[in-house]
Ligand binder design. Structure first.
Ligand SMILES: Cc1ncc(COP(=O)(O)O)c(C=O)c1O
Length: 385
């Protein structure tokens, strides 16, 4: 019996050839391939500017640092996300203020944001969780009214779409807020091994992000090489080494070419799951609002309260049948690293989703036969008591 993985990257000869091209060029650190990747990525999501970096976490840290967040500031965000979301706030010295999420999307609940605003609040950090766009239609006016920055954590959302005007669809990442950040970890829709991207509109902020990525060096190695004479760089503020390599940049460019096809296939597989599992007495399914189109980076099922089987039991039984799953999105506030960050609001939906949802296999290249095996096994596991 073959194992069915929960996720698999789509990498092939094209990516191998691109990596080879970068390696044989003799220039492997961030250089022309990364610059081209940034341009092509920006064009794909219709963003004026894009800056590549070493991970989605680095992208978040760069974005928050470039907005000058620091000790004493508060950022309204969710606990219900990969811990990188909250950690990035902590890196800056600011305090994450967690609010609860919506059951059907796993995204920040806009109804709860206003009550969390204090005189110290500077920004809202809103993930498009697992690919489903968060409710920017409601978050953006709220932020404007309270003079808050908006950073979209689009780590999972490359290729997802949102409709802010009836009948018009736009890719996540233009961005609609101040900045959006992406991840190219292999569980995401496209990958460079590890990698990330920040997109934005403000040239000054984006230039600062590009400098912060390389220790705020005023001139890059490449710029010094082409300067023609001897020039020395300066370091006006403390930055980081968050560069992406040119080998990764070259791979990313090939992955971008695949993106439309990958999304089409993910949506097809998600539709098959929805058709097979909708109405199951023990399951709730994630729901795309009418103004959102997910890239279906992940598909999850939520075990209803009355479901006779617990999350771990369902996952273990599926594993014994050769089907790998992942528990629902974690909650940072339940981790030891966050015991010192007092909760201001209860997070019952976040906790319920962590404890009751299971991410099931979905990736381009998954055969319909394997998907049917997952559907059948899940049905049997849930019925067997
Ligand atoms: C919502 C969210 N934000 C940030 C990250 C961090 O991305 P990376 O793993 O590339 O650092 C992830 C990764 O899983 C994520 O899911």
């Amino acid at each position: 019996m073959t194992q069915i993985q929960v996720a698999r990257p789509t990498l092939g000869e094209e990516e191998a050839a691109a990596a080879r091209r970068a390696i044989l060029s003799g220039w492997v650190v961030q250089g022309p391939e990364v610059a081209a990747f940034e341009k092509e990525f920006a064009a794909m999501v219709a963003a004026p500017l894009a800056v590549a970096c070493s991970s989605g976490t680095a992208a978040l840290h760069l974005a928050l640092a470039a907005l000058d967040l620091g000790p004493g500031d508060e950022v309204i965000t969710v606990s219900h996300s990969f811990i990188a979301t909250a950690n990035a706030v902590r890196y800056t010295g600011a305090t994450p203020v967690f609010v609860d999420v919506e059951y059907a999307t796993g995204n920040i609940n806009p109804d709860l944001i206003e009550a969390a605003v204090t005189p110290r609040t500077r920004a809202i950090l809103a993930p498009h969780q697992l690919g489903i766009p968060c409710d920017l239609n409601r978050i953006l006016p709220l932020a404007e009214k309270r003079n808050l920055k908006v950073v979209e954590d689009a780590a999972c959302a490359i290729g997802s779409e949102i409709s802010l005007k009836a009948g018009e669809w736009e890719h996540i990442g233009r961005p609609r807020g101040d900045l959006a950040t992406f991840s190219f970890h292999p569980r995401k829709v496209i990958t460079t091994g590890d990698g990330g991207m920040v997109t934005g509109r403000d040239p000054e902020i984006m230039a600062r992000i590009a400098r912060l990525r390389t220790h705020s060096m005023s001139l890059s190695t490449a710029e010094r090489e082409i300067a023609g004479g001897i020039v020395f760089e300066k370091y006006p503020e403390v930055g980081f080494n968050y560069r992406l390599s040119d080998i990764q940049g070259a791979v990313g460019r090939e992955q971008l070419k695949r993106l439309p096809g990958l999304i089409t296939e993910r949506r097809r597989l998600a539709d098959r799951y929805r058709q097979a599992l909708a109405g199951h007495p023990h399951l709730d399914l994630p729901r795309e609002p009418s103004w959102a189109r997910s890239n279906w980076q992940s598909f999850w099922v939520i075990l209803k309260e009355e479901c006779p089987r617990g999350q771990k039991e369902v996952m273990q039984t599926l594993l014994e049948r050769g089907i790998r799953t992942v528990r629902g999105v974690m909650c940072a506030h339940r981790e030891e690293a966050y015991l010192g960050t007092p909760l201001r609001f209860p997070l019952p939906v976040s906790e319920r989703l962590q404890d009751r949802s299971v991410i099931i296999p979905l990736y381009p290249g998954m055969s319909d036969g394997d998907q049917d095996r997952v559907i059948a096994a899940l049905g049997e596991v849930l019925e067997s008591k």
